[in-house]
Design a protein around this ligand. Structure first.
Ligand SMILES: [Zn+2]
Length: 76
């Protein structure tokens, strides 16, 4: 099991997610992000705006995703 924080995964807080695969942890952070969005949590909304900017470029998004995957894989 590996642990990454919301912040490390493009979010805004120090909440930790633990999973065996990057896909799993990405899904957990996405769910958390949606919960925070529903609560209209300011810091998460700001982080989401940044992610949406990034998503306008498929290449940038792909690079970001791959770099996060590598970060996950490199954890002990
Ligand atoms: Zn968070």
């Amino acid at each position: 099991m590996k642990t990454m924080t919301c912040k490390q995964l493009g979010g805004a807080c120090e909440k930790e997610f633990t999973a065996n695969t990057f896909e799993e942890i990405a899904e957990m952070s996405k769910k958390h992000g949606m919960e925070m969005f529903q609560k209209q949590d300011a810091i998460h909304l700001e982080a989401m705006n940044k992610m949406q900017e990034l998503m306008k470029s498929p290449d940038a998004m792909k690079n970001w995703f791959e770099s996060k995957r590598k970060e996950f894989e490199d954890l002990d």
